[in-house]
Ligand binder design. Structure first.
Ligand code: F6P
Length: 328
């Protein structure tokens, strides 16, 4: 017979993302709606190992839907990579009589969850929260839309300087292994070139393209570079290379960094997080485990954690084509 879920816990893990609070709120409120007790775990797996766990209810998540970051804090835990660490985590779950765990995070957090589930057969549901949008099984991750809007806003501002000074700007955006932010924010901000890890735009082609742009009358340009792009060693070396070969350009570099992860979540992220939180709780009630909640074609969906981690969320080739056409 299926175990009746009486108490669940929620945590945020890995890099913070705007909308995580909306997801926490949704999990806690859905639990309350279904008359299930709920707990919050501070600092992800590390807090679970250390027993940093608090009781929560519908009122403890008021006035957080609009806040960036995560009220539960987050961490990347090395201790959870060890068997001893995971044993402590399990003991704490049992001590608090927790029947199911909701993990809001990215692929690293889901890998930890999957290993834990294999060892202890503990019910786990993942909610994809990362600005990178690099998780298979969902069209969008929580925080991605907000990050895109933040990046576009900043590039618009940098463009003012670029055009006033006839400069070429290399702007590095986040995305260790994926170019979703670079590609979509790049198109949205009208970048001339976009460099992403998924597509090898040879550096020579970049030179040709920039030279063509200059000849066609462009006086300033924006090149958006994903953090994980392999064209150059890093964005400064890339800029130096271009400056050396195209001395006509006044080249500047801007690294946007962690400001991309902050700020109030967009309405899109808040609504999506609310939908995902409810789904996660309902899955636990239905006795499901080892699944990630996702959204595909605007419908709620689930994917096994293992697939979510191992398979690749591919960049849409139609969007790549648009970016090529726009840079004419
Ligand atoms: O995974 C989210 C992300 O923001 C990546 O885009 C980035 O490479 C990484 O986290 C940075 O991590 P940290 O905040 O630990 O430096």
């Amino acid at each position: 017979m299926e175990k009746i879920i009486k108490k669940i816990a929620v945590m945020t893990s890995g890099g913070d993302a705007p909308g995580m609070n909306a997801a926490i709120r949704s999990v806690i409120r859905a639990a309350s709606y279904y008359k299930i007790e709920s707990l919050g775990i501070y600092r992800g797996y590390q807090g679970l190992i250390e027993g940093d766990i608090v009781k929560m209810d519908a009122r403890s998540v008021h006035h957080i839907i609009h806040k960036g970051g995560t009220i539960l804090k987050t961490a990347r835990s090395d201790d959870f990579r060890t068997k001893e660490g995971r044993k402590k985590a399990y003991d704490n779950l049992i001590e608090h009589e927790i029947d199911g765990l909701v993990i809001i995070g990215g692929d690293g957090s889901f890998t930890g969850g999957m290993i834990f589930n294999e060892e202890y057969n503990f019910p786990i549901i993942g909610i994809p929260g990362t600005i990178d949008n690099d998780i298979y099984g969902t069209d969008f991750t929580i925080g991605y839309d907000t990050a895109l809007n933040t990046v576009v806003e900043v590039i618009d501002k940098i463009r003012d300087t670029a055009s006033s000074h006839n400069r070429l700007f290399f702007i590095e955006v986040m995305g260790r292994d994926s170019g979703f932010i670079a590609l979509n924010a790049g198109i949205g901000a009208g970048a001339e070139e976009i460099l992403i890890p998924e597509e090898d735009l040879a550096i020579e082609r970049l030179l040709v393209s920039l030279e063509n742009s200059r000849r066609s009358g462009k006086t300033s340009s924006i090149v958006v570079v994903a953090e994980g792009d392999k064209t150059g060693e890093n964005v400064f070396e890339l800029a130096a290379y271009v400056e050396k070969h195209l001395p006509q350009y006044d080249v500047k570099v801007s690294i946007l960094g962690h400001m991309q992860r902050g700020g109030s979540p967009s309405c899109f992220d808040r609504v999506m997080a609310s939908r995902m939180g409810v789904k996660a709780v309902e899955l636990l009630i239905d006795g499901k485990t080892n699944l990630m909640v996702g959204i595909r074609n605007n419908k709620m969906d689930t994917t096994e954690l293992e697939r979510a981690i191992k398979e690749h969320h591919n960049i849409n080739s139609e969007i790549l084509r648009i970016s090529d056409i726009m840079s004419v």
